[in-house]
Write a protein that binds this ligand. Sequence first.
Ligand code: GDP
Length: 137
Amino acid sequence: MEQTLSIIKPDAVKKNVIGKIIDRFESNGLRIAAMKKVQLSRADAEAFYAVHKERPFFGELVEFMISGPVVVSVLEGENAVAKNRELMGATDPKEAAPGTIRADFAESIDANAVHGSDSLENAEKEIAFFFARREIL
Ligand code: GDP
């Protein structure tokens, strides 16, 4: 059993498709172990995406992530990290496989609907960034 962090990004929250995205997780063997809606501060977004600090798109990424509330959840299940990445589809929605969350709900490489941890190690760090142990059930 693994846990991974999912973020429904501001574009998808604005489009009112939180439930449709959560359904993709639940219908594919992932369970919601924790969930909350939050407005990230600039400092939150910069800290969360610190690994991308040197990338040319870092400023745009931070602006986008604070442009509205996000829904953060801990997904639990067998191979949860890889399963979530598979359900999300490629970073650029134009390259995302049909039927994936990004193919169906994302507009562009920055407004790409969802975030998902890319390794078990990062999942642990990202979950701890947002949730206390007692909030994960
Ligand atoms: P992910 O793991 O599929 O989310 O992709 P990455 O870890 O490579 O990038 C993190 C996030 O940065 C992506 O989800 C995008 O929102 C954003 N991003 C990646 N590449 C670009 C880019 O070329 N331009 C912009 N504006 N944003 C990007």
